[in-house]
Design a protein around this ligand. Structure first.
Ligand code: PSU
Ligand code: MN
Length: 304
C-alpha cells in the first residue's frame, strides 16, 4: 500500500523516532460540519494534539493520493469542496482509480491509519446500526472496521440517530472492547449518557493503554473503543436533542434518503434545527477527544 500513501514529513519524522501520532478523519470536516467551523475545528484539533505532545495526522485523499497528515492548504481544500467523495472501505479503489478527492470516514481513516502504522485515532462519533435497520439494512461499515482493524478509536459514543443498543450488540458480537473513560455509561454524543453500559469503566488512561497493548500482543485483531463523554458544561439536554433527531429522521424517510447520504443528511439537519447549538457541542466534544487521544498515544508510545 506504500505506493499509494503520501506521508507528511512531520508524521514521517515522528514515525522514525517512535513519537506518538494521532490520526484524525476528514469526513467530519467535509460532510459533518458546515464551513467555516469545519476548517477552524480541524486546525484546532491539530493544535490541541501538538500542545499535548503528540503529532496529528489528518487523513484524506487528494487527487487519488492518500494523505497521512496534510499541510494547512491541503486541509483547507476539504472545507468548501462539494465534489469531495465520502470514502469508506468500499470506496478506496474507485476514488484512487479516478484520482478524485475523498474524505475518509471512521472506517476509511482506520484503514489508512493502519497502513501508516498509526495506533490511535480521534473522532467525534462512530457510525453504527441505524434505527429501522430491519427495513433498511443500514449498518455502517465503521462497525466491520472496528471488528477487523487494529487502531484504537477515541470517540464520544454515537448519536441517537442510531439504534444505540443494537450498535453495542454488534460491537459485542464483533469482539470489540468498549471502554468508558471515567464513565460506566456509553455516551450518546451530545449527552453524557445513553442509558446503556460500557464493558468497563476506566478512570486512568494507563489502564486503557494496557488493555490495548495486551489485546495486540494476543494477536486479537480489531479496535478498542475508548468512549469519552462530552464535558458536562457542553452537554445538551436529552429532551431537546431527542426531539430534533426524531424530526430529522422522519424528514429523511419522507425524502427517501438512502445509502451513504443518510448520515450527512441527518447531521446537517440537526445543526440547522438547533440553530448551531448542536454544532457547538460537537466541536467541544471532539476537542476533548483530541486531548484524551493525544495523552493515550503518548502512553502507548512509551510502552513500546
Ligand atoms: N457520526 C457523527 N458525525 C460524523 C459521522 C458520524 O456524529 O461526522 C461520520 C463519520 O465519518 C462516520 C460516518 O464514519 O459519518 C458514518 O457514515 P455511515 O453511517 O454512512 O457509515
Ligand atoms: Mn449507511
Amino acid at each position: 500500500m506504500k505506493p499509494f500513501l503520501d506521508v507528511h514529513p512531520e508524521v514521517a519524522a515522528a514515525q522514525a523516532e517512535g513519537r506518538p501520532i494521532v490520526a484524525l478523519e476528514s469526513t467530519i470536516i467535509a460532510h459533518g460540519m458546515p464551513y467555516p467551523q469545519n476548517i477552524e475545528t480541524a486546525r484546532e484539533l491539530e493544535a490541541i494534539i501538538r500542545a499535548a505532545g503528540a503529532v496529528p495526522a489528518t487523513i484524506g485523499i487528494l487527487k487519488g493520493r492518500i494523505k497521512i497528515g496534510m499541510s494547512a492548504e491541503q486541509l483547507e481544500s476539504f472545507g468548501q469542496n462539494p465534489q469531495v467523495e465520502k470514502v469508506s472501505r468500499r470506496d478506496f479503489p474507485l476514488v484512487l482509480a479516478q484520482k478524485k478527492d475523498g474524505a475518509t470516514t471512521v472506517a476509511g481513516t482506520m484503514i489508512a491509519a493502519h497502513w501508516a502504522g498509526i495506533k490511535v485515532f480521534v473522532t467525534g462519533g462512530l457510525g453504527g446500526v441505524h434505527r429501522g435497520v430491519s427495513e433498511s439494512w443500514d449498518i455502517s461499515a465503521d462497525l466491520q472496521e472496528l471488528m477487523n482493524t487494529d487502531v484504537a478509536v477515541v470517540c464520544a459514543g454515537v448519536k441517537s440517530i442510531l439504534d444505540i443498543p443494537k450498535t453495542l450488540e454488534f460491537l459485542e458480537t464483533a469482539g470489540v472492547p468498549v471502554l468508558g473513560y471515567k464513565t460506566s455509561d456509553f455516551p450518546a454524543f451530545f449527552s453524557r449518557s445513553s442509558g446503556h453500559p460500557v464493558l468497563q469503566r476506566c478512570d486512568e488512561l494507563s489502564g486503557i493503554a494496557e488493555v490495548i497493548r495486551i489485546k495486540s500482543q494476543l494477536g486479537l485483531r480489531g479496535s478498542v473503543v475508548v468512549a469519552n463523554p462530552i464535558p458536562e458544561a457542553d452537554a445538551m439536554a436529552k429532551d431537546e436533542i431527542d426531539s430534533v433527531i426524531e424530526e430529522a429522521l422522519k424528514q429523511s424517510q419522507k425524502e427517501g434518503i438512502a445509502g451513504k447520504a443518510v448520515t450527512p443528511y441527518l447531521l446537517k439537519s440537526i445543526v440547522a434545527k438547533t440553530e448551531g447549538r448542536s454544532l457547538k457541542a460537537n466541536i467541544a466534544l471532539v476537542k476533548h477527544n483530541a486531548k484524551v487521544g493525544a495523552q493515550l498515544a503518548k502512553i502507548l508510545a512509551h510502552m513500546e
